[in-house]
Ligand binder design. Structure first.
Ligand code: NAP
Length: 241
């Protein structure tokens, strides 16, 4: 059984790749620029007794996505796809260039759609499969100064609900994990003060770890969630969305 985790060179993607490997999946560790980090994810999986390969692909490129899924085909085709690759942009909307807007939407939303399209082609003949989209609580409640990021994640949630209906009859489940604030490189530009405020706003009074998001993704990829599709599983320490 083969799992693709986009953007698994670092952060939530890396933890998810390791979790899926623990479930027995052969993992395709996708990255765009962090080759050495992707190799580290692969080495860690192998150290834990699993199997993995790395594959460079920019999820916003149709050609790269096709190449990623050709790799998956050579390992029996994708059984699980985790659309995790993502970028953030913090700033006022009026300061964003059209290219910056396009980049966030192309990676976070179109990238997940392109990958899901290729995954569906491999999963439908098998009459089984799981697609898990890593959204964000900002896609549910909206974040000031992250309007385009929030829109990309809200779009991903809508896409999840629709695709779950479309692919359900083919035995394919599609769900979202919607994290709160998680300690990864994505938040490294936030000041200590801002991170402390975000912790205080969280009922559990702390930020989450990549491993805590990975556990939810692994649950949605497993038989334990066999009757769950089209859902948004919040992993956010209790913030009301
Ligand atoms: P991160 O540490 O910045 O890692 C981002 C990952 O995405 C990296 O592996 C990166 O690979 C990959 N990536 C970026 N652009 C890509 C592209 N065009 N093609 C392929 N891979 C690409 O971020 P993270 O915090 O783990 O975030 C992972 C996901 O969780 C994102 O979708 C993010 O929006 C979501 N999320 C994060 C938080 C949070 O607080 N951290 C909260 C809610 C949701 P390279 O380095 O190789 O380019």
């Amino acid at each position: 059984m083969t799992a693709i985790v986009t953007g698994s060179s670092r952060g939530i993607g890396r933890a998810t790749a390791i979790s899926l490997s623990r479930l027995g999946y052969f993992v395709i560790v996708n990255y765009r620029s962090s080759k050495a980090e992707a190799e580290k994810t692969k080495e860690e999986i192998i150290r834990l007794g699993g199997r993995a390969v790395t594959c460079m692909a920019d999820v916003s490129s149709e050609e790269d996505v096709k190449k990623l899924f050709e790799t998956a085909r050579s390992y029996g085709g994708a059984d699980v796809l985790v659309n995790n690759a993502g970028v953030s942009y913090i700033g006022l909307l009026q300061d964003m260039s059209a290219d910056e807007i396009k980049r966030v939407l192309d990676i976070n939303l179109t990238g997940a759609i392109l990958c899901s399209r290729e995954a569906a082609k491999q999963m439908i003949p098998k009459k089984s499969g799981c697609i898990i989209n890593i959204a964000s609580m900002w896609g549910e409640v909206g974040a000031s100064c992250e309007a385009v990021y929030s829109a990309s994640k809200a779009g991903l949630i809508g896409f999840t609900k629709a695709l779950a209906k479309e692919l359900g009859p083919s035995g394919i489940r599609v769900n979202c994990v919607s994290p709160g604030v998680i300690k990864t490189d994505m938040n490294k530009e936030l000041t200590e003060e801002t991170l402390a405020e975000l912790s205080e706003d969280t009922p559990l009074l702390r930020l989450g770890s990549p491993e805590e998001v990975a556990k939810a993704a692994a649950f949605l990829a497993s038989e334990e969630s066999s009757f769950i599709t089209g859902q948004v599983l919040s992993v956010n320490g209790g913030i009301t969305v």
